[in-house]
Design a protein around this ligand. Sequence first.
Ligand SMILES: NC(=O)C1=CN([C@@H]2O[C@H](COP(=O)(O)OP(=O)(O)OC[C@H]3O[C@@H](n4cnc5c(N)ncnc54)[C@H](O)[C@@H]3O)[C@@H](O)[C@H]2O)[C@@H](O)CC1
Ligand SMILES: [K+]
Length: 520
Amino acid sequence: MKLVTAAEMQAIEESSVEAGVSLDDLMENAGLAVAEAIRDDLGTHAELFGKRIVILIGPGNNGADGFVAGRHLSNWGAKVTAVLCANRKTPDLKRDPAEQAGVTVEDGLTDSGTQLLQQRLATTDLVIDAVLGTGASRPIAEPLSSLLFTVLESAVPVVALDLPTGLNSDTGEYDVAGLPAETTLVLGYPKIGPALSGDFTVTGESSVLDIGIPDGLDSQITATLITADDATELLPERPIDGHKGTFGSTLIVGGSKDYLGAVTMATDAATRSGAGLTFVATPKSAYDRIGGLVPEAMYRPLESHANGDLSPTEAALTAIEMASRRTSIVVGPGLGSNSSATEFVSTLLSQLQPDQPVVLDADALNILAKTYRWWERFENPAVLTPHPGEMSRLLGISTEQVQLNRLAIALEAAEKFNRVVVLKGAATLIASPDGRLNVSPWVNSGLAKGGSGDVLAGLLGGLVAQQPEDLFEMASLAVFIHGYAADSARSEFGETGMRPTDVISRLGSFYRDTVQVDRQ
Ligand SMILES: NC(=O)C1=CN([C@@H]2O[C@H](COP(=O)(O)OP(=O)(O)OC[C@H]3O[C@@H](n4cnc5c(N)ncnc54)[C@H](O)[C@@H]3O)[C@@H](O)[C@H]2O)[C@@H](O)CC1
Ligand SMILES: [K+]
């Protein structure tokens, strides 16, 4: 499902006009679709008859859509009052027909506007928020903030037209003076901001209405929300007569004398990815304590000094030998980033077969961030899986800067490094150097715990092992499956109590719930 920015929506509107569907057509379609959705939600025309509806009208086209919806609702028997919450341009083309259809227009901007609205709301069944849509561009100020607060206090249910007023269509930032909705009737395409923020308390339940935009215009949209259907399509084939070799093999390079859990979780996750074989290369000091902990995987120790640190040259030779017939390699979980680990990672990456796909996670990213123009030092196709802190180090900017503009940052990093980038966080983003951008539908604070990233890296390694050509697709699939499993862990243990290991044990459930269920 495509997710639009305000600028993309504007461009689509212009292309629609060129294709023969005018802005007026779109507005008429939008207003009618909103009125029909409200009527259908109530049940039938009969139930709409006599219902008292207040429409809050803003200064732009969102307000114009509100007048069109009001016209239809009034024609169908509802008692509709349009309350002007901003000055509108004259002539106001959608106002007159609405008034002719019986809509009463009241001015909310007078000194007594708030008081009048309060009285009106005492006998109102439903409020339609047609104040601001994709054109919101500044903080909400008086008198609009008082009008919106009056509606909030009244507790009358609110249906937002396109976007709840106060919610930014591109960033998902919410102005506290805004108006949360029970339902949001989204016009044409879902907006990217709400998907990025993941805070559905402001939009309530959303549905997307068809407003007659001609087909074929969505190629202008960059971002796609990954749906369960998309993820099902991406699942690697599992031929019934397949053998271990059919499903590829991954090598996980990680662990250190101080960090033992990360590589273990990544390994465990890889064994639930569907990959045929999982190998682990871990420093001797770690191997002596965790070698064989995941019984399905094959472990080998990497040469280390007496103090437990890697012996970089010998260790890299061993890892390269282990990597030679693997279809993916994961580097990083728990590896540490001291000078031995740094030298080891540099040597390893520079000597891998250049076509072998690599997943670079955790300490590997911190090591790269310290390496001058690292992205030019090896050729391998790769997926980088930074959290915002790691991304800030990779790009040399602050974490706040990353968080303020996650979408652009993910795309910029993918292009600069010429690698697939998974920017983790609520609604994780997957960016490709060719400009594609996928957005995860999952938002779950239960994943904000040490170990979640290791699980994702191991799962991703295992998926890439099965389909090494499709890094962007496998990264998107890994993020979806990880979120799906986490959702299941959340329903059992809650966001507080769920652990990354609970997620690992549920990684198979998406495949089971979709493909396997269909086969039975
Ligand atoms: N783009 C499209 O394809 C379509 C858009 N439509 C509607 O048009 C809307 C966008 O219309 P507009 O671009 O006119 O934008 P809006 O209707 O969202 O509002 C823009 C106006 O609000 C003012 N404004 C911005 N922030 C404000 C604030 N905080 N307080 C008070 N005033 C503020 C601006 O100065 C401008 O006058 C969509 O949300 C949708 O409802 C539909 O009519 C049909 C198709
Ligand atoms: K609105």
